[in-house]
Design a protein around this ligand. Structure first.
Ligand code: MG
Length: 232
């Protein structure tokens, strides 16, 4: 697959606490949170653990979950050792392409979309207060979009001692594309617009750039990060 990516601080925040990773077969985005530079440390640490994780020949899903748990342990270890990092955490959405399958590990409200046969399907479920209430049928979509706690996470790497990681997988079919993004994109650009950009742009990098530009044009209220993989 052909891969492109871009991360941008946006137009409002002072620092970029988002990050991404592209490592052969492994794509990931992370959106950190915490005071001062803690969010940046959290997302950077989690992605660094994934970058260096010794993936071997065993079950890809088990290895990807182990890598995310290692990232969680490392973020907690750093937070415990430095009061200025206390309470930091990060989202982490990772897709491992192996043996004709895509294995997904996910924590938080960053997203993975599958671009297949002209349609875009969200693979991950947001771990946010508003999304949990929506899934429970307690609020509708309009209420979820304007919910005061829509950005409050119910799970994050580095947060609670025990981390539950959503794992899923699907077969990669000829022509499939993948889009990973942080909420700085998905809160400003809806799926129809994402799809339009993917169709219009000739390369993965051009698509990643155009998606970030669209989020910036709509206010760039948050850090924004996009990774696009499409058939070469
Ligand atoms: Mg964000």
């Amino acid at each position: 697959m052909e891969v492109g990516a871009r991360t941008h601080v946006g137009k409002v925040r002072p620092t970029n606490e988002d990050g991404y990773l592209i490592r052969d077969g492994l794509l990931a985005v992370a959106d950190g949170m915490g005071g001062h530079r803690a969010g940046e440390v959290a997302s950077g640490t989690a992605l660094a653990v994934l970058r260096e994780y010794p993936f071997g020949s065993g079950d890809p899903a088990a290895q990807l979950e182990a890598a995310v748990q290692a990232a969680h342990a490392r973020v907690r270890e750093l937070a415990g050792a430095d009061p200025s990092l206390s309470g930091m955490g990060t989202t982490l959405t990772a897709a491992l392409v192996a043996e004709g399958r895509v294995v997904v590990a996910h924590v938080g409200d960053s997203r993975l979309y599958l671009w297949r046969e002209g349609e875009l399907r969200q693979i991950t479920a947001d771990h946010s207060m508003a999304a949990e209430l929506l899934r429970a049928g307690q609020i509708d979509e309009a209420a979820a979009r304007s919910h005061p706690h829509r950005h409050m996470l119910t799970r994050a790497v580095g947060a609670l001692e025990e981390l539950r990681v959503d794992l899923s997988e699907f077969p990669l079919e000829t022509g499939d594309g993948l889009l990973l993004c942080t909420d700085g994109l998905s809160s400003l650009v809806d799926e129809d617009d994402m799809l339009r950009v993917l169709r219009e742009q000739p390369t993965a990098q051009a698509a990643a750039d155009a998606l970030v530009e669209l989020a910036l044009a709509r206010g760039g209220t948050d850090n924004v990060t996009v990774v696009v993989a499409r058939p070469a």
